[in-house]
Design a protein around this ligand. Structure first.
Ligand code: FNR
Length: 416
């Protein structure tokens, strides 16, 4: 990947390959309509956990080794019996239609062409069928926000499975949406604008509850939320119906009903493939996940968007993977640990792998790419991260991701 980028001698597609620059460019592009920018860039409350996620990466440093022949390198990994080109996947991100008119389809296409897993969000802007098709031959993961009704849960999961999604990420940290002042400031609730109800409007159980026939595909919403507001206020019945449905979706998700470990049995029984619990941040919960039949976890604090003041995600990863029970299960292949929240560079990925993650997920960076350049923008951002990973691996003196994972005690030093 690195060679391709250096040889091209073209200016970078998005004007920069630096993630912080892309954030600034998106801010500029959305200055007259800041809701989508605030939604992606913001965190919960004071933003301290979002900052802590990045700071946690500075607690560990890589100790590079010299004069090792690392001419031939392999950044692939195998996850759930499938070889992936890199230890990288797309984090689930909802409401992508607010960032670009192609929405989730642009990201799914970029992921599919790179062969990197795309995680479809429950609150995606497009239907399960459309996203599945956009993934092409690439791996398809599905993320579930756990509905209150078991019947609806079963219906969504069977549709996802039928569309070829084979790994389930069950998000546990968002039984309520966090306190997000930037979204409140811009009076911007994307879900309420109906961008994110497509999984539901195509669902026979959900629509029957609302006395409506399911609609698998409907036209994309206007790209600009102000236009949706205007359409809603003008009384356009189609828009009004969809926004009202979205409000039902929100109440399914954030009605204050919290689940418990006992409820896991239903999901475990219903979903036959790999089941990963997303949002785990401590050893005890990792063990409970194992005991309740999960195949793994995604150590994550939702990119600092949920509980402000929560532990930095990389610190949580280090603690979880230091536990001998977790480590043994990982080595036996019976438990998989993935990681997200704050990954921005190749060396970030090396650090996460050396602390025990088997693959990392990336969230905001690809969303900036999407907002600035659609599918090509997502592709550019992800290729830069992969190039950086390959170069950083070489400069560290290691040949492969698996070598980093197995020699984890040699790779890093704690250094504040
Ligand atoms: C998210 N995230 C998220 N997670 C999830 O399980 N379902 C979802 O629908 C969403 N939606 C969403 C929207 C936006 C705009 C963002 C930025 C994030 C959380 C996401 O999957 C992931 O945990 C974090 O984004 C990872 O942190 P970084 O890489 O953004 O720092």
């Amino acid at each position: 990947y690195g060679g391709q980028i250096f040889r091209s001698r073209k200016p970078p597609l998005l004007g920069s390959v630096v993630v912080d620059d892309l954030e600034a460019l998106m801010k500029e592009k959305f200055k007259d309509n800041p809701g989508p920018y605030n939604f992606v860039a913001g965190g919960a409350s004071t933003g301290v956990t979002q900052v802590t996620n990045r700071k946690a990466f500075n607690r560990w440093k890589i100790v590079p080794r010299m004069l090792r022949d690392v001419t031939k390198r392999d950044i692939s990994v195998t996850l759930f019996d499938r070889k992936l080109p890199a230890p990288v996947a797309f984090s689930p991100v909802g409401a992508q239609g607010i960032f670009h008119e192609d929405g989730d389809l642009a990201s799914a296409r970029a992921a599919g062409k790179l062969g990197i897993p795309f995680s479809m969000s429950t609150v995606a802007s497009r239907s399960i069928g459309q996203v599945a098709e956009a993934c092409g031959t690439g791996p398809r993961w599905f993320q579930l926000y756990w509905p209150e009704s078991d019947e609806l849960t079963a219906s969504i999961l069977s549709r996802a499975e039928a569309a070829g999604f084979d790994v389930l990420l069950l998000t546990l940290d968002t039984m309520r949406v966090g306190w997000r002042p930037r979204d409140l400031n811009s009076a911007y609730v994307p879900m309420a604008h109906g961008y994110s109800a497509q999984v539901f409007t195509a669902d026979p159980v959900f629509m029957a509850k609302n006395n409506l026939p399911p609609t698998e595909e409907h036209a994309p919403f206007p790209y600009n939320p102000h236009e949706v507001d205007a359409a809603y206020l003008s009384g356009d019945p189609a828009i009004k119906q969809r926004v009202d449905l979205s409000l039902h979706v929100i109440s399914q998700m954030t009605n204050g009903v919290f689940r418990s470990w006992e409820d896991m049995a239903f999901v475990r029984k219903t979903w036959k493939g790999p089941l990963l619990l997303k949002g785990i941040q401590c050893v005890e919960d990792a063990i409970l996940a194992m005991e309740h039949g999960a195949n793994g976890i995604v150590v994550s604090n939702h990119g600092g968007r949920q509980l402000d003041g929560a532990i930095g995600s990389l610190t949580a990863l280090a603690r979880i993977c230091a536990d001998p029970r977790v480590r043994k299960a990982q080595q036996l292949g019976t438990f998989t640990v993935l990681f997200d929240s704050g990954v921005r560079s190749g060396s970030d990925i090396i650090k996460a792998i050396a602390l025990g993650a088997q693959t990392v997920l990336v969230g905001r960076p690809y969303v900036y790419g999407l907002a600035l350049g659609g599918e090509a923008g997502v592709d550019a951002v992800m290729r830069s991260i992969l190039a950086d990973l390959d170069i950083s691996l070489a400069l560290s003196g290691y040949k492969s991701i698996s070598e980093i994972w197995h020699k984890r005690d040699e790779v890093l030093v704690e250094d504040d």
